[in-house]
Design a protein around this ligand. Structure first.
Ligand code: NAP
Length: 249
């Protein structure tokens, strides 16, 4: 695939779902800015995988905490430096700090909201100007099935993911007339480091409860991102797309 001249920013692309999204976008000819928190080795691996898919595109990395405004500025500047455009923003960086409500500290609540929700706010705000100028944009936020349905032990996380849904709908309403769409993807259980901490027994129980009888792969989410990023998806905005093997029904 040739370089399409389009540029995407993917936060949290050093590992897991974000890595699969970055690799897929490169394969389809997008230049990609890879955001990550601190794992240099993993980020380098993502770059190598992107380059293996497509040597025609530019791939750059930006290290930093998405909850800090400085990082958002660096990510957008890195995208604009490639060819003056930001076509796609994927708000994917996310963390968990799970425990029951009675034991959750205010710090753990704040941290999860800061990374998962404020980070997406900062990035979405900063890409708006270039997207309005170029009269095209796709803002895609990775929410979660628990943002819709809630989950015991994840008061902070589910609040952040529900927040992304409200934010997505509001951005969609503000920017629809500018040919900028905002959508969220609500993954179910996906095989990554985040879910790797679960025991085999818990995973088996989860698989049994999913209509598709399996966990999803990062590529399942990347496919939905490619679909929403496409020019052909211009009339889809403010939507929450479940990619969950039927878990959210
Ligand atoms: P993961 O494997 O834990 O990877 C998280 C990525 O986010 C890493 O690249 C990490 O960077 C980056 N990151 C973490 N904190 C950051 C920060 N403060 N600033 C910048 N980057 C940060 O996670 P995942 O499972 O791929 O999840 C990706 C997204 O999907 C998250 O938003 C998650 O909530 C959502 N999701 C996941 C599942 C699931 O089952 N896995 C289900 C629903 C939704 P480093 O590599 O440098 O540490």
């Amino acid at each position: 695939m040739e370089n399409t001249g389009k540029t995407a920013i993917v936060t949290g692309a050093g590992r897991g779902i974000g890595r699969a999204i970055a690799v897929s976008l490169c394969r389809e000819g997008y230049n990609v800015v890879i955001g990550y928190a601190g794992n240099d080795e993993a980020a380098k691996e993502t770059v190598d995988l992107c380059k293996q898919q497509n040597n025609e595109v530019q791939v750059v990395t930006v290290k930093g905490d998405v909850s800090e405004e400085e990082t958002a500025t660096k990510l957008v500047d890195a995208a604009l430096e490639i060819n003056g455009r930001v076509d796609v923003l994927v708000n994917n960086a996310g963390i968990t700090k799970d425990t029951l409500l009675a034991r959750m500290t205010a710090d753990d609540f704040d941290r999860v909201i800061d990374v998962n929700l404020k980070g997406a706010f900062l990035l979405s705000q900063k890409v708006t100007k270039p997207m309005m100028k170029q009269r095209f944009g796709r803002i895609i936020s990775i929410s979660s099935v628990v943002g819709v349905h809630g989950n015991a032990g994840q008061v902070n996380y589910s609040a952040s993911k529900a927040g992304l849904i409200g934010m997505t709908k509001s951005i969609a309403k503000e920017l629809a007339a500018r040919n900028i769409t905002a959508n969220a993807i609500a993954p179910g259980m996906i095989e990554t480091d985040m879910t790797g901490v679960l025991s085999d027994k818990v995973k088996e129980e989860i698989n049994a409860s999913i209509p598709a009888k399996r966990m999803g792969t990062p590529e399942d989410i990347a496919n939905a991102v490619l679909f929403l990023s496409d020019e052909k998806s211009s009339y889809i905005t403010g939507q929450i797309i479940g990619v969950d093997g039927g878990m959210g029904m």
